[in-house]
Design a protein around this ligand. Structure first.
Ligand SMILES: [Mg+2]
Length: 253
């Protein structure tokens, strides 16, 4: 009996040991011990970034380059995105609309409605500091793919009668290519597409807060607001509920 119990314990211990292959391989396991930035595990760094405890960072820590690349290209990013969108859809479906057609949902564009991952893949997934020239060249191609979870939310909102508003720190001279890109990727209609004026010197958060205030002043009710940056969702009026889409690749204030 004692021998059988020992064998059972050894079997369980071996099974537990087999879980140590990293987050992307096992889904819920611990990341490799080597994946640390300044002594902080990269998974902990990402969590602190998403929770807005680490702010104002300029680039992904070099030691977390592989971690972020694997996160963005593996299924964890997809699953994390689905959790956000599932909550947003459930919330939207719970709303009692006024019938006046004034309820809107604010969407950010880059890394929320559209993905710049093809660009990021060629620039280290955030390890390299932001380079506006090459990024604007990518945007000008108009080929950014839709983030499918967000497209799912968008389509459900249209069914429910909640009107989408796109609010982006892309500038006004990018209106045509942005509109074309959105339509090509399935975002076929919107109440408004609001872009930042060329040469505006304020922060993204200040610009977006001001635009949301104009919407509220015009009689709209912002029932939801989703973005990959905290600067998308901070600042009154934020909207009745806000949703933070995952993005560990860059920070915009
Ligand atoms: Mg964004």
């Amino acid at each position: 009996m004692a021998t059988a119990r020992l064998l059972l314990l050894l079997t369980v211990a071996a099974a537990a040991g087999s879980c140590c292959f990293g987050e992307e391989t096992m889904g819920y396991g611990e990341e490799p011990a080597a994946a640390k930035a300044g002594g902080v595990a990269c998974g902990s760094w990402r969590l602190a970034v998403e929770a807005h405890n680490i702010i104002g960072w300029k680039a992904v820590p070099a030691d977390c380059a592989d971690y972020v690349a694997r996160y963005m290209t593996g299924d964890r990013y997809q699953r994390d995105s689905d959790v956000v969108i599932n909550e947003a859809v459930a919330y939207a479906e719970s709303l009692k609309l006024s019938g006046k057609g004034k309820e809107i949902w604010v969407f950010d564009v880059d890394e929320t409605a559209l993905s710049t991952l093809p660009y990021q893949a060629n620039h280290g997934y955030g390890v390299q500091p932001y380079d506006s020239t090459s990024f604007l060249q990518y945007v000008a191609q108009g080929t950014a793919p839709a983030l499918q979870p967000t497209l799912r939310l968008y389509r459900r909102l249209l069914q429910l009668g909640i009107k989408p508003v796109f609010l982006t720190d892309r500038t006004g001279d990018q209106r045509a290519v942005t509109a074309h890109n959105l339509v090509q990727q399935g975002y076929c209609s919107w109440e408004k597409l609001l872009l930042q004026p060329v040469g505006l010197q304020t922060s993204t958060q200040a610009f977006k807060t001001g635009e949301r205030q104009k919407l509220v002043s015009a009689g709209y009710v912002i029932v939801g607001n989703i973005g990959d940056q905290w600067s998308d969702i901070l600042g009154s009026p934020e909207g009745c509920r806000t949703f933070k889409f995952p993005n560990p690749m860059y920070y915009v204030d």
